[in-house]
Design a protein around this ligand. Sequence first.
Ligand SMILES: [Zn+2]
Length: 259
Amino acid sequence: MTPTRHRVMVHPHQQPLPPFTAPGYAVAYFPDGCPPHAPHWPAADGRYPGPHVTTVCPDCLPEARLSADLSAPVTVPADMPMIYALEPIDTPPDLPAVLDLLHEAGFTRIARLPLRGAWPERQVLTADHPTHHSRVILHSQGLRYDLHYPGRDPYRGSFGPDLHLTALATLLLTAGYSLPSGSPEEIPLAGSGAVLLTADETADLIVSGDYPDGGSADIAAGLDLLDAVRAGTILAFRLPDGSLATALNPLLAPPTEIS
Ligand SMILES: [Zn+2]
């Protein structure tokens, strides 16, 4: 059974406290009844919480209408999340640093949504990219990411609660997103003036061998390095003399595939 493509638009009568209160959001609608299990529930939508909790069907529709205005079911494109904010909310001028970074990378749809998962909250802060179907979920135990970028491999995984902004910036850059200058993309390496490279820049450098010692470098080792850079576990830098330097990224847990 493939995930349902039906959604209903929900406008709750009572909202959680601002900020990041979504005026309206979409939830999955199952015309044949909310199933006991949903094995194809997308990982980006957390966990399926069981029938009639965050999804709607003909059986639970009357009860759901007691606490919210619900639209008639609509059909959406196959890659739409099960639960998503209908509109970007007005973002306050002072965003927390993590949200500011995500907002600058284009994750402008920021709202609290009733997404259940490996976290205790019933509502979690969700930052969606409006066109790339990328999502970052901030919860009390860390951050979950599901990143897509046209022409790139997807990245899925999580950070623990001790998230470091540099690690998130590195991940976003590695996944294909760009950040404005002045963001943590330029990480000084022990005052050397080294510039952090994206995975594509590292690949160009390894393939071309266009750096000191590049001509004698082991291609197989270079490809292993590139895999690690793409996974975010290794940071690659270009030093002022043009040479390639690498460092373990101790702040970034290796991305884990969540099936
Ligand atoms: Zn139901």
